[in-house]
Design a protein around this ligand. Structure first.
Ligand SMILES: [Zn+2]
Length: 67
């Protein structure tokens, strides 16, 4: 599991810096505030449990790089 981080990537292409587009994304995040577990809605498990600690997760909107 990747550590949660909001990263802006810059790519060198034709000597231009290209910023990744950030979009509001539906996610489920762990209800345990000491846990960093979260999943994009599209990839969340059917039981909606945190992949890291097994706690319940709550629906959220988060700004994430477009995929
Ligand atoms: Zn968790």
């Amino acid at each position: 599991m990747k550590k949660e981080a909001v990263l802006i990537f810059y790519g060198k292409r034709k000597e231009e810096e290209i910023e990744v587009i950030m979009v509001d994304t539906e996610i489920y995040s762990c209800m345990d505030h000491s846990c960093i577990g979260w999943m994009r809605k599209d990839f969340v498990a059917d039981d909606l449990l945190c992949p890291m600690c097994g706690n319940e997760m709550t629906h959220e909107i988060r700004e994430l790089p477009k995929i």
